[in-house]
Design a protein. Structure first.
Length: 76
């Protein structure tokens, strides 16, 4: 078998899965990754101390995320 024909097999399989099960596949993979993170030792790590006051309110966080998203979309 030639390398081109071997490369065609996974490309065709990936295209079939994405076209046929796109959102379902994305949801399954996302849930699997979230499950692995939550129930692994990594899920027990805290990002800040519980008594520490937040630096930004929730609206500020969403504004920063929106701004970062707009910046990325302009670059790419």
């Amino acid at each position: 078998m030639s390398p081109n024909s071997l490369q065609k097999i996974p490309t065709t399989a990936q295209g079939y899965i994405i076209n046929r099960f796109g959102w379902y596949y994305l949801l399954d993979v996302s849930l699997f990754v979230a499950f692995c993170i939550i129930f692994s030792p990594i899920g027990k790590n805290k990002l800040r101390k519980p008594a520490k006051k937040l630096n930004f309110i929730l609206l500020s966080w969403f504004t920063m995320l929106f701004g970062a998203d707009m910046d990325i979309s302009l670059v790419f």
